[in-house]
Design a protein around this ligand. Sequence first.
Ligand code: UT7
Length: 301
Amino acid sequence: MVDTSDEWISTRTGIKERRIAGDDEAASDLAYRASIEALRVAKVEPEELDMILVATITPDMIFPATGCILQKRLKAKKIAAFDLEAACSGFLYGLTIGNQFIATGMYDTILVVAAEALSKIIDWQDRNTCVLFADGAGAAVLRPSEDSSCIISSYLGADGEGADLVGVPAGGSRLPASFETVKRRQHYMKMKGNELFKKAVKAMVKAIEISLEKSKFSIHDIDLFIPHQANIRIIEAVVKRVGLSMDKVCINLDQCGNMSAASIAVALDQAVKKGRVKKGDKLLLTSFGGGLTWASMILEW
Ligand code: UT7
């Protein structure tokens, strides 16, 4: 489809495989399946939910919110449901927001879902992006902790100065859909990958330092690091700079590609299911993406 090779993709990015949703599948379909699994594992019924939050940059449509569509599918009560757009940092932004509602006592049981159908906004004629992005969803149920397992620290950041580095130019109120925008392929994602690469390393390292400082932990206290999965070379550079060893890092980029907000959510689930996470382990989750946005969280499992 484009002038590329398996060799270029694997050596420059680390991606070997990825998952693409069917023609009839949208973000809410992926969100629904991840939510059902998260509710099953948490032993929570949909009626017990107090709020649904869906992190996505590929909502089913501009509005209504994918969160509301998911609420209906889950047969949840008429609880708060909304979408959150923080690109690749969406899952960590979502967990942090959910955590605050629980900490203030306003809500008890919150479903945080990260769901992306990025294949729908990829330009399959643009080799700069079409080899990288993929579809997937992950979900978490947040509740007040009855033991020591909890979110220990969380740090969120953003820099709108880099807003032009990755995004979909048309289809919003700045450049509404028209024959011209379709002809110019402006409804597809555009990315300045090289500039993002350098910013990603710097921002993720800084975010890790801040979240460690907030938690009063050192990097040596971390049992497992789950970074956003954009590029293996970004992950390796970050890991080297913060002084971690690669055997403490969770990678799913090779199998899943870059699933934006869903990357960390899916990697966390895979790590748990593979038995890589034990009770009491300290996990470091760090993301960087469009916006620009970044986030870093330390939690005890
Ligand atoms: O998810 C969060 C937001 N996104 C990111 O964080 C992405 C961060 N950036 C990256 O991961 C990397 O920058 C990319 C994987 C996107 C690109 O890798 P790179 O090593 O930075 O490549 P480049 O953009 O500097 O391009 C190098 C060359 C160029 O050719 P010329 O101009 O040197 O002749 C590109 O045209 O590689 C070419 N190229 C490709 N060649 C084969 C770009 N894409 C491809 C491709 N196949 N798919």
